[in-house]
Design a protein around this ligand. Structure first.
Ligand code: GLA
Length: 728
């Protein structure tokens, strides 16, 4: 790896005649963020975009390229504009007037952290603006620390993580939204006058509806591989609000932070409120370029174990649902091992003694094995997995309980509910959320994982589910005057618990699941290797969901499972090749009853799993280039992964619509080396079929990227996968 200086942070105290006393330049390898300030005045945002050098700062100011907007507008003095921070002081004063106090810079192994401390002109109230610029990805994380030494608590009414002005132009926002079994659909829309708000109020999971991430295409309608794009991802697992304000003639302003609704926070003197991080990136290579920046950053620490190859697994859910039993578990283990899989995960249904988990209306909280279903216990299953040469994983949902459970009988005060009202229940009519603001509940949740790992150290993987929103707003732990802290404290409690688990069990592989894709969130991902994207495993719909998710999340974290035909959610019968071709673009797995597969399907699966093992490094660690978006309605979709060295790539194409005399445009590739030649090899070809005419052909990177290839996609549900290798 070449070692170059990736980052430059400069504080330039100008002695010559220039507009500002201070210019604070925060740079990554290819991007720069510039703030300016005069002594004792407000911090101003000047510029975010392509990298500039300290010598160019003068040009940015002189030619009015810089924007001169408040960097973190606080309510009060200029109360005509949208703001990022709003407080009430103990004396009832609702204003802040923050000015630059001092600036620090700290170098860490991977990043340079710049802290700009702002201080109110009158009150002992401080805001530390943190900017962490990563050396190995073009990502800058923004967050604030809010603290004071006033006599009594200050009430925080709004407390955004950051704010980013963007020049007014034909700017489009792309964002994800959906619902259970139809997660992460992409909406791209031009920013119009007014306020665009993207928010979540689930309370427990925050990616089931909208998503706390956006892409802003600065040059009109979003393009995958062209144009300037700013991406932003809020790293918070609870309620959030992203606001894009277009009320100014000259700018759009992005605000992002914890959703302030029902969340007033009373900040005691000498305590610090730290907002979640907002990760921003800038790319001139379109949406895909911004995605690659997020992916690199994610693999380098924002997802757990981002540098570790993922196993190919079989999950039992769609195979047996709650009908878990020892014989069936063994059958499934034998079958996945025979197909070349590496891990078996026993999903819901294995636990509960007094109240066996036979239905979804009982047992959460009672994390003891059900001996009727599994007479030889979890240890027996681990031994069986070993016999077949695979690893073993297990499902838990530790943040919830059911009223039909021993846990609830013992600790009714541990749930989130309102004292004088009949609770509203979730799944099964009995499910209720535990109050993670309570340290005793945090200990319990930690203990769920700790007990299982202590009793059964052979567990290699845990699926951590969360099927419930936060109903019944009320905590018996939080004091009366701090009930409005619940949304925030739940997630701080969750974060603390996950950190404890990770400190003790760094090698346990964990999946974040939120009743489908509800936990696809950088708020939790530092503790999880991967997330479950959706309870919808229909390959055709998955193309859309995976596409949207890949805007922000890397393939290595995306659990993608081949399931049955007909599909359990949509009833569609999709050929096994298409199902594999779709699942193989992420962390491949299966979620199927193998005994219902015919011999042809099993043979295909075995071959496809072996093929995936060959291409796994490119898929899981390579650079993603999305080529033809399914949302562009071009009747096909296509994407590819390339190694950073550009010596190897894997290309995927899918047919979405099917009719006679269909015209499909050539597929233009991306991410290759224009000066090199590549040999194409068609992979995942079903037995008895021949690879297409392109198999074995050698074509230059330039032709592949400029002219492209006609890929034969004749039949309904046609799909093709090619491996490309540089020819010496
Ligand atoms: C949720 C998950 C599923 C499965 C079930 C088990 O719905 O998303 O994958 O684990 O719970 O009850």
């Amino acid at each position: 790896m070449k070692k170059i200086c990736l980052l430059c942070v400069a504080f330039i105290a100008t002695l010559t005649a220039k507009a500002w006393d201070y210019d604070i330049l925060i740079s990554t390898r290819n991007t720069s963020l510039l703030f300016s300030a005069n002594q004792g005045e407000e911090l101003r945002f000047s510029y975010y975009g392509d990298k500039i050098t300290p010598a160019q700062i003068g040009q940015v100011h002189d030619a009015w390229i810089g924007m001169n907007r408040p960097a973190y507008p606080a309510f009060g003095m200029d109360c005509t504009r949208s703001h990022a921070l709003q407080v009430v002081h103990p004396d009832g004063n609702m204003t802040l007037d923050l000015v630059v106090d001092h600036i620090e810079e700290r170098d860490t192994e991977n990043a340079t952290l710049t802290i700009i401390t702002l201080k109110d002109k009158v009150y002992p109230f401080f805001v530390k603006m943190n900017y962490n610029a990563y050396k190995n990805s073009d990502i800058i994380e923004l967050w604030t620390e809010i603290l004071h030494t006033e006599k009594k608590a200050v009430t925080l009414q709004r407390f955004d993580s950051g704010c980013l002005p963007i020049r007014r132009a034909d700017v489009w926002v792309s964002h994800l939204s959906g619902n259970w079994i139809s997660e992460t659909y992409v909406t791209a829309e031009p920013l119009q006058r007014g306020m665009k708000v993207i928010k979540n109020t689930d309370g427990a999971r925050n990616a089931q509806g909208a998503h706390p991430e956006v892409m802003l295409s600065l040059d009109g309608k979003p393009q995958e591989n062209e144009g300037r794009v700013i991406g932003a991802a809020l790293c918070w697992s609870g309620n959030y609000k992203i606001r894009i304000d277009t009320e100014d003639h000259h700018s759009h302003t992005l605000f992002a932070g914890i959703n302030e609704e029902a969340s007033e926070y009373k900040l005691e003197p000498k305590t610090t409120f730290t907002t979640p991080k907002l990760a921003i990136t800038y790319s001139e290579e379109g949406l895909s370029g911004a995605s690659r920046n997020f992916h690199r950053w994610a693999r380098n620490g924002q997802i757990h174990g981002g540098d570790k190859q993922r196993d190919i697994l079989l999950n039992s859910w769609e195979g047996v649902y709650l009908d878990v039993n020892e014989q069936e578990m063994e059958n499934m283990m034998r079958e996945i091992a025979a197909m070349g899989g590496e891990l078996f995960v026993m999903d819901d249904g294995w636990f509960g003694d007094k109240y066996p988990r036979d239905h979804d209306n009982s047992s959460l909280g009672d994390w003891v094995v059900n001996k009727r279903k599994l007479p030889h216990g979890v240890e027996g299953l681990i031994a069986t997995a070993r016999k077949y040469g695979i690893k073993f994983g297990i499902w838990i949902e530790p943040e919830s309980t059911n009223t039909r459970s021993e846990l609830y009988e013992k600790h009714p005060d541990w749930v989130i509910r309102v004292p004088n009202r009949e609770p509203r229940y979730g799944r099964g009519g009995t499910q209720i959320l535990l109050d993670l603001s309570n340290p005793k509940v945090q200990d319990f949740v930690f203990g769920v994982v700790d007990d299982l790992m202590t009793k059964y150290p052979g567990i290699a993987y845990m699926k951590w589910d969360a099927n419930l929103p936060l109903f019944n707003y009320g905590s018996s732990y939080l004091p009366k005057d701090k009930q409005s802290h619940l949304y925030v404290e739940y997630h701080k409690g969750l974060e603390k618990t996950l950190q404890r688990i990770r400190a003790k069990y760094p090698d346990l592989v964990m999946q974040a699941c939120g009743g489908g894709g509800g936990r696809t969130s950088y708020g939790v991902m530092p503790a999880f290797e991967e997330f479950w994207l959706s309870d919808n495993t229909d390959a055709m719909q998955r193309i859309y969901m995976q596409w949207g998710t890949s805007y922000f999340y890397p393939s290595i974290a995306m659990a993608q499972h081949v399931s049955a035909a007909p599909n359990h959610q949509t009833g569609k019968s999709i050929p096994i090749k298409f199902r594999f071709d779709v699942a193989m673009t992420g962390r491949l797995g299966m979620e199927i009853q193998p005994k219902d597969m015919n011999e042809k399907e099993k043979a295909f699966a075995k071959k496809a799993i072996a093929t995936y093992k060959d291409i796994r490094p490119v898929i899981q660690f390579g650079d993603l280039y999305r080529l033809v978006s399914p949302f562009d309605k071009k009747e096909v979709a296509s994407l590819m992964y390339c190694t950073p060295e550009k010596d190897c790539a894997v290309f995927f194409a899918y047919k979405l619509d099917h009719y006679a005399n269909q015209v499909i445009a050539p597929f233009r590739m991306a991410g290759l080396d224009a000066t090199k030649y590549y040999r194409l090899r068609e992979i995942n070809v079903p037995d008895g079929e021949k690879p297409c005419h392109l198999d074995g052909k050698v074509v230059s990177g330039k032709l592949l990227m400029t002219v492209g290839l006609d890929i034969p996609l004749h039949k309904e549900y046609a799909s093709r996968v090619f491996e490309l290798n540089v020819v010496n």
